[in-house]
Design a binder for this molecule. Structure first.
Ligand code: FAD
Ligand code: MG
Length: 369
């Protein structure tokens, strides 16, 4: 873990200084709530936590979750990743389901059944723009593993020097993988799922949002006073700061990741997820290939957008809909956001920002913050 943190060290410092993560502005010590900060790695991304907890809840004896509240929150995220969501970790529920594709219907935990059902609902509502059954296609592109922009530039050069150049997936292999996909072929019923042979599920588009929902439950259980927690591009705000000022969540500028396009000022519980083409991508012969795939083509989505930010009360929806809206593009994405009663902010390829009416109440451009 230390070496991973070392790898991300400059990037983390950069983010903390320049506000790529929620602007962690606070006044500590104005009430009895104590502040716990942590920066760590889980789900292949950076987790930044700032939690205010009341004194009796600060520490628990070892064996009862151990550590402080931020340690316990991180443990929850890692447990969710290892036991349920990761397609990469052998033995997780998802990895076992994928390994059993083509076999008899597989039993599901209550948690996985709810996740799969929720995913099906978003797939149907988005006309298949969001589809977790494209796991084989996602694996062929394998862009997450190549996502150079998640590392400091010098570290990336080092990696590039040691690795062969990125190879675009073979078109026939992509077509075959795409033919195996299709959410309509997935049958979720009676706490079991039938996954057709050659199909593979991928929860990369919702895992971080699901983690936010899990953290929300934990903060409620532990009666935390307030928190802002960022799991990669998904952010949870909860409760209040000691000085009662709003939480401030920065929205990155896709054209210049060192700066924010604006800030959302949020009071109480909210989830904010952003999907974009600027963090996980590779460039081949001057063409950018990013990690959000259009299930209609099997290729990175080209919808005229650089990013979509969704503001919702729940983490699953904010994460699922940011991906779906990115694939759909601005017009259809607006409609989808309206159907789920969430707020959305779209950044076009030319930098134009368009948002739902409701989002305006929370958004301010950088010069007004
Ligand atoms: P989002 O838009 O939220 O999601 C994009 C991701 O969703 C893609 O990467 C793909 O996985 C999937 N996807 C693409 N198109 C679609 C579509 N049309 N419909 C549905 N799904 C789609 N990355 C690593 O490099 N190493 C790891 O060890 C690692 N472990 C992970 C473990 C878990 C449990 C999860 C959830 C993710 C992990 N990742 C890992 C992935 C990494 O963090 C991803 O970059 C992230 O999930 C993508 O999130 P996003 O917000 O950037 O984009
Ligand atoms: Mg998403």
């Amino acid at each position: 873990m230390k070496s991973v943190l070392r790898k991300f060290r400059k990037w983390i410092l950069f983010c903390m200084v320049w506000g790529c993560f929620p602007l962690l502005l606070s006044g500590c010590g104005q009430s009895k709530a104590a502040r716990f900060d942590s920066v760590d790695i889980a789900m292949g991304t950076v987790v930044v936590q700032q939690i205010y907890a009341r004194q009796p809840l600060m520490q628990r004896p070892a064996g009862d979750g151990g550590g402080d509240i931020a340690d316990r929150a991180l443990a929850r995220i890692r447990q969710l990743e290892q036991e349920t969501l990761s397609r990469r970790i052998p033995g997780s529920e998802l990895a076992l389901l994928n390994a059993g594709a083509g076999g008899a219907p597989a039993p599901l935990s209550a948690k996985m059944e709810a996740i799969l059902s929720d995913c099906m609902e978003v797939s149907e509502a988005s006309g298949g723009a969001f589809d977790i059954t494209i796991g084989k296609v996602v694996a062929l592109w394998d862009i997450d593993a190549w996502a150079g922009s998640q590392m400091p530039a010098d570290a990336q050069q080092l990696v590039n020097a040691q690795q062969p150049a990125y190879q675009l997936p073979d078109a026939d292999a992509l077509a075959e993988a795409l033919a195996s996909a299709g959410y309509g072929k997935l049958a979720v019923e009676n706490r079991s799922v039938s996954i057709p042979e050659a199909m593979s599920l991928d929860l990369g588009a919702v895992g971080k949002g699901i983690a936010l929902d899990e953290l929300l439950g934990m903060l409620e259980e532990e009666q935390a006073a307030g928190a802002v927690i960022s799991v990669g591009g998904s952010v949870l705000t909860y409760g209040e700061k000691p000085d009662k000022s709003p939480w401030r969540v920065g929205i990155l500028n896709p054209a210049d990741r060192a700066g924010n396009l604006g800030v959302l000022s949020l009071v109480g519980q909210w989830c904010v997820s952003t999907s974009g083409d600027y963090e996980r991508y590779v460039e081949v012969d001057g063409i950018r290939y990013h990690h959000i795939i259009d299930p209609g083509t099997g290729y990175p989505a080209k919808s005229g957008l650089r990013s979509v930010t969704i503001l919702a009360k729940d983490g699953f929806l904010s994460d699922a809909l940011s991906t779906a809206c990115f694939v759909l593009g601005r017009e259809k994405g607006m409609e989808l956001a309206g159907r789920f009663a969430v707020e959305a902010l779209f950044v076009d390829e030319d930098g134009t920002i368009v948002m739902t009416e409701g989002m305006r109440a929370y958004f301010s451009p950088p010069d007004e913050t």
